[in-house]
Design a binder for this molecule. Structure first.
Ligand code: AHR
Length: 492
């Protein structure tokens, strides 16, 4: 097989917003309790935080984490989760049919974010909650005047405002599964009113509208109506998706090639949303672009509520996670935030048990991209052998993206070889400048596409690092079957 990847460091797409490496934590299963927070565990510190999980998450360098849901937020009362722990009341959570002790809430979450070096992003209840509650929560967190809510926060031990910058209004309001599902018209109206009072409460906040999670015909109408009603109040249009190697979340059941073709679905959702936003911005003569936040995304198709969403990921899932970052980079002009759902135990790159944790296969592409990506996405041209599925003809076997650092020097080239059996002999061609004499190669792979990291086989899927010789305007790589490769090299 032969492939050619052509890179011109001056052919840029847009700056990459680091927020595409965001995360999401929900009160669901063992994400908070038993993941982030497990008081009494020998692995927890005095605050109840699992330090092994904290350290693992630090490696992912997430700049922003969304909380507390998800579906959970549509029945959440933030007041239940603040104040002295011994006075907090347990409540029934109707989203996941579980008892919520409320021993972890806003302040614990903000503390956690600060330790992680990440920005908290709070989603407000637009399900069975109201705008008064949302505005009060914002005032409690960010207020500086001597109001009752600010005094309450101080009384709870937080003198300084939390300065929470990102606020989402509702979650998946387009889904009939949501507490307080809303028609496009209902949500466009509700969003406008919530956003108005929230911006009045704190004009510095960035607001996210719950755009699309159900990719049926009404998604066009939803985004259009939101723009018509509230374009001036929207800082991000949020969309969600989950994909899988099955017919429900992908194209067919357990079919590797079809699963690899999921890139086409991601392109449709991103390009489609970009198109509506652009059309509406033009029609409304909007002076600024409204970016997209993919504020829930991941592979999720095996386990549902009965398994508390404890999905065990394999190598093909890790390849799909890598393809997500390639797509986000290729759409860097519009995608300014993305949050993998979720961060621990629940469809997550980190899985715990009482005595330790395992880094799932999907941890590795996340860490690799987050630690090597440059500041600007490049518009890469590539061609080579193709594959076909019942749905698609002639998809390129490689899925590619590239970035450049601020100095215009360090290139990172990401290549997913979507062939299950063939090495991809690849020529990388630099159309301007030459490759430095040496670069770093990072390869994520495992024995086969179903290989998974578990407590028994924690290293089945991992990263291998090596040095590679450069020195000219072309560089030859043999990309292993079913692998993710990152080449990091300077342009001399
Ligand atoms: O992340 C799990 C769930 O997926 C979230 O609660 C919901 O928003 C989505 O449907």
């Amino acid at each position: 097989m032969t492939h050619r990847v052509s890179i011109d460091p001056l052919r840029t797409i847009a700056p990459i917003d680091r927020n595409v490496f965001g995360g999401f934590a929900e009160h669901l299963g063992r994400c908070i309790y038993g993941g982030i927070y497990e008081p009494g565990s020998p692995l927890a510190d005095g605050t109840g935080v699992r330090t092994d999980v904290l350290e693992a998450l630090k490696r992912l360098r997430m700049p922003v984490i969304r909380y507390p849901g998800g579906n959970y937020v549509s029945g959440y009362r933030w007041r239940d989760g603040v104040g002295p722990r011994e006075e907090r009341q347990a409540r029934m959570d109707l989203a996941w049919h579980d008892l919520e002790p409320n021993t972890f809430g806003t302040n614990e979450f903000v503390d956690y974010c600060r330790r992680l070096g990440t920005e908290p992003y709070l989603a407000v209840n637009a399900g069975d909650g109201g705008m008064r509650e949302a505005r009060d929560w914002l005032e409690y967190c960010n207020g500086t005047k001597d109001t009752a809510l600010v005094k309450l926060r101080r009384q709870h031990g937080y003198e300084a405002p939390h300065q929470v910058k990102y606020w989402g209004i509702g979650n998946e309001v387009d889904g009939p599964w949501q507490i307080g599902f809303k028609t496009p018209e209902e949500y466009a109206r509700a969003y406008t009113e919530y956003a108005k009072v929230m911006k009045w409460t704190d004009p510095s906040v960035q607001l996210l509208a719950s755009g699309v999670s159900l990719w049926t015909t009404s998604w066009v109408e939803r985004v259009q109506l939101l723009m018509e009603h509230a374009a001036k109040l929207i800082d991000y249009m949020a969309i969600h998706w989950y994909v899988g190697n099955n017919a429900e979340r992908g194209y067919r059941d357990d079919d590797f090639a079809s699963y690899m073709a999921i890139s086409e679905h991601m392109e449709d959702m991103l390009s489609g949303t970009e198109g509506i936003l652009r059309a509406m911005s033009s029609a409304l003569k909007l002076k600024r672009e409204i970016p997209i936040a993919v504020d829930e995304w991941n592979v999720w198709y095996r386990v549902h509520n009965e398994g508390k969403l404890e999905e065990v990921y394999n190598l093909e899932d890790a390849m799909v996670v890598a393809m997500h970052f390639n797509a986000f980079f290729r759409h860097a002009k519009s995608v300014k935030m993305a949050n993998i759902a979720q961060i621990v135990n629940v469809i997550a790159p980190v899985m715990t048990r009482p005595d330790g944790l395992v880094l799932q296969s999907t941890f590795h592409p996340f860490e690799l991209y987050a630690s090597t990506a440059g500041d600007t996405a490049l518009d890469v041209h590539w061609d080579g052998d193709t594959f076909s599925t019942p749905e698609f003809a002639a998809l390129r076997v490689l899925d590619v993206s590239a970035t450049l650092d601020q100095a215009g020097k360090r290139l990172a080239i990401y290549l997913v070889n979507r062939s299950q059996g063939e090495t991809a002999e690849t020529t990388l061609e630099l159309q301007r400048g030459r490759f430095a004499d040496e670069g770093e190669l990072h390869v994520i792979n495992g024995p086969d596409v179903k290989a998974a990291n578990t407590f028994d086989t924690p290293d089945a899927v991992g990263v291998r690092r090596s040095r590679v010789a450069g020195g000219g305007t072309t560089l030859e790589l043999a990309l292993e079957p079913h692998s993710v490769t990152a080449l990091v090299i300077d342009v001399a």
